[in-house]
Design a protein around this ligand. Sequence first.
Ligand code: UDX
Ligand code: ADP
Length: 453
Amino acid sequence: MKICCIGAGYVGGPTMAMIAEKCPNIEVCVVDINQERIDAWNSEKLPIYEPGLDALVAKSRGKNLFFSTEVDQNIKESEIIFISVNTPTKEYGSGLGQAADLRFVESCARRISEISEDNKIIVEKSTVPVRTAEMVQSILKSTSKGLHHQVVSNPEFLAEGTAVQDLLCPDRVLIGGEDSTEGNVAVGKIAEIYAKWVSKDRIITTNLWSSELSKLTANAFLAQRISSINAISALCEETEANVDEVAAAIGADSRIGSKFLKSSIGFGGSCFQKDILNLCYLCRYFRLPEVAKYWEQVIVINEYQKERFVTRILDSMYNTVSAKKIAILGFAFKKDTNDARESPAIGICKRLLEEKAELAIYDPQVPKESVLSSMGLTEDTAESIVFCETAPEACCHSHCILILTEWEEFRNLDYESIYKKMKKPAIFFDGRNLLDLNELRSIGFIAKGIGKA
Ligand code: UDX
Ligand code: ADP
């Protein structure tokens, strides 16, 4: 059997690498229009940093796992086609800033419809608004070749930084299909692939629309927990309650659970904000404004948390950071990824630049080019930023340190010697609640965490 995946991104690449490793009898080809990306997948330096991914790709690449820009040929030869392209928030026209931009999904559907010479199973891997499969189906039907393709929804729940582990031991695999004999057969074929390494009780099958909507809902619920604890962190700061202690106490209730209650400078990443905006847009489209307003608050609190962090920095630094050197430790939206999409660091750094601060940025994985492009800057317009090779270098002669990503290496730095080389008073802002603030205070830092007195 041959499978093709359109889109060699953070989802398509790792997911197909896992399928290839677990199903040696299936030939898997990941295609993309981006030549540079495909070249990187075929090189020693993969385009994405993800623990365990290099080894996983190395096991199958060149055997039954291939990366190519030959989109048409691979579509033609494959029985199953996964669509794993980006679905960003629309930046133009109707639905601007809210709806998902489905032009990449649509163009894949058109290409498949034009190229195919036999019946295919088309799998929506990309996160899409509920009822997108209807659009895909209607495009596929529009070319009168007498073919009957099946559309299946199989959203991906992996999180960046833990993608390989999430793919290896998923909490569940969700597969939604058309309510018909052909639909059931298609769902069965996709389930068979996952059943090679996932136990059957973790493979959930639903109708198409439940599957599409579950993905948006899962992300909305996860983001809601972060905004909930972040809202409480603001109250903790005012009352000397400790947000970590509050989170541990409420998380001990098995009905609430302990995961995803880490207060922070807000969530980032390519999914949460985009999916909630999309959920709200859908609610308004279906005339449910109260539901839309309810979910919008998750984003309102996320923005509030970032701005609150900047306000704290200004308040603690005599209301001005002009010409002060600020060390930025971490730029990725979370640890163990080189992805800076929607990272809270972007907005925070932009605000500090507006306040005329000098930034010294260090991140173990995010390249300088990604940092600059995410802030809409170029080397020429970034004269107030220096990029550093190590965390101590970024901190040297700085007035304050901001931890913006919870990279493990920031736990183990020699803060005592770092402190000695800083301007005094040296202030430490732990935006990720990573460190013991009392230890930092004993060194001499004015140490501030999120929601910790
Ligand atoms: C998320 C979902 O977890 C995943 O299931 C889905 O497939 C894609 O979107 P991802 O965005 O890769 O995954 O990372 P995630 O671990 O969910 O973190 C998202 C953001 O929330 C990060 O910025 C992270 O730092 C933040 N976060 C997470 C918190 O601030 N506190 C927490 O307790 C957990
Ligand atoms: P995700 O995080 O969802 O995996 P990415 O942006 O990392 O998203 O990856 C999506 C990939 O899809 C990009 O590499 C992009 O070039 C690719 N892509 C978008 N449209 C098409 C298309 N029509 N044909 C092939 N590849 C496409």
